[in-house]
Design a protein around this ligand. Sequence first.
Ligand code: 3HC
Length: 693
Amino acid sequence: METVRLARHGEIAIATIDNPPVNALGQALRADLARVIADVGSDPAVAAIVIAAVGRAFIAGADISEFGKPPVAPLLPDLLDAIENCPKPVVAAIQGVALGGGLELALACHGRVGSASASFGQPEIKLGLIPGAGGTQRLPRLIGAAQAFPMMLSGEPIPASRALQLGLVDDVADGDVVAAAMALARALAARGAPEPVRDMTARLTAADREAFEAQALAATKTSGEMPDAMALIEAVRGVFTLPFTEGLAAERALFVKLVADPRSRALRHVFFAEREIARVPGIGADVKPRAIAKAAVIGAGTMGGGIAMCFANAGIPVTLIEQEQAQIDNGMNRVAAIYEMSVTRGSLSPEKRDERLALITPALGLDAAADADVVIEAAFEEMGVKQQIFGALDAIAKPGAILASNTSYLDIPTIAAATKRPQDVLGMHFFSPANVMKLLEVVRPDGVSDEAVVTAMALGRRLGKVPVVVGNGFGFVGNRMLEARTRATERLLVAGALPHEVDAALTGFGFKMGPCAMADLAGNDIGWRSRKARGKTAAVADAICEAGWFGQKTGRGYFLYPDGARSGLRDPEVEALIARISEEQGANRRSFKSDEILSRLLDPMVNEGARILEEGIAVRPGDIDVIWLNGYNWPAWRGGPMHWADSVGLDILVARLEAQAAEMGDATLEPAPLLRRLAAEGKGFADLKATTI
Ligand code: 3HC
């Protein structure tokens, strides 16, 4: 057998699962396990069976890549049925994570022993699903519905100690978990067939049902009637209202329906895309990252301070560098105030705050970067400033140090040209607030070494970020697409939509904030300054800034923020100003439906994404999706802009963009060649292969 090794210790058979990387229950493993159960179950020399596993996971669940494809026997529920009905006791020896179908398999066994480091969870909800192999029926029978439901609703795993308290496992082994499972297996065999979980009713009391119904009601209110949460409630309720086999059938029907739901498809796409980003085309696994023991950050502004906090939070000593005492004092005070806020909120202990602050050393002058293994420049966004800093760093930084710029837009090779070591210079683009946002764009210009790229990626992961390699080009990936959306907002306002309508279309789609509220929060003056520097204009946005309405910080922007309000109110003056600009531009203002606004905001972004792929600035459409999910709050269940485009249909997008381009007389809205080609071939972005930057 390929995925299971069978051994005998006297009367005990041990089936050891070895299906790297995480023992997912793909078809081959299911078939091998089914054969083991059938063989040893009928072998008179075997008294009991232990199912064990090697690797970091006991079983990470069903094989997610099989979802949506035609199922191939044996199906997981049938395998679990065979385990539960095996005439010999079956005991699970759980040495790592038991997730999803992995936990369901353990629940079908007659006994469960965990190692002290094992953990247990039903994370299906994170994929827009519910347990589909008996989890909703067996877990409540074993530990009570009021304990099981919150585990399945949050998807968060619990540690072995908690599993023991709940009665999810019979024992937690301090030492050899397989030996402990063998001991339990022998005891069960001696005692005669134990009661399968399916027949347990002791925990399903009236009090348990009442507590579960209260949780279900609360979930209905907070989950906004999400289909997965609603299906979970329905399935779990079945333990009180249906016989086991009917409850199981009802669960399966709900599960199958959810697998086909676009939300789950999107979340599964995200699961794989977030793992795929680690594979950088053209760089082999033999390229190893350099060691990073010390860091330096240049510039103690909001970004620099936030980046320094990322290092401190990861336990890496960091020097925060400024030119003048007042600037460094301000920067350190800002960092201390953010930590203090976490202490007040109770999310950080005072001891941890002190530890983290002690890891940040304030310093004056670039010489303080001399012993750093990585230097991140977060100074003023101006090429001259950056070149001066990198020129100076070239003489100061130790050989092999990674020299990174946090620039949002500037050309990395021009910055690198100020040094004699372009092989070590790249972009590490953090997103604001840097200590919170997960996204890190690792900008890989021509001339940088593979080792430097791999080091930046590994460092990003150590900092708790989601690092994505992008090519060098104005705005890289995220901000370049954001700019396409900003231009689309401006076009919509001039054509007749109002700020609150534009925002409502996007929040209705699932974003937390629309583009106008977001600009008001970030400060409208930021985009204004950047446009002026590039000789660009945006009539509405410029006029709002010229009036001094920079957003929340000035009490008004696209919206009004009376008395420091966080969410804006409609502003008749802004609406009048927009109407005036429309008139000046000869636009015939008309009303827009929400769907139309949405497509006018998102289609141009996808079009820009297609150009970004054509130019090799992003290697995969999935990378673009990961960027938008982690840096711009794109709703995960929509899968990211490129996945969303596939779900709409690229032929539809092409037609809509052509119509917009004609109506607006704007050639930039013409569909990108890649978009046209894929649409003509009846394909989606998902059909593209990764390219080398
Ligand atoms: N199916 C298919 N592939 C899986 C998988 C799964 N359930 N779980 C992990 N993988 C793959 C990953 O894609 C990755 O592949 P790659 O190396 O080719 O990119 C590899 O295994 C390693 O995964 P991670 O990088 O995530 O490894 P970590 O060590 O960081 O994490 C883990 C391990 C905690 C097991 C994590 O992978 C995880 O959370 N997996 C998903 C668990 C899950 O959601 N299970 C439920 C599945 S649905 C189900 O069981 C339905 C059932 O009720 C019928």
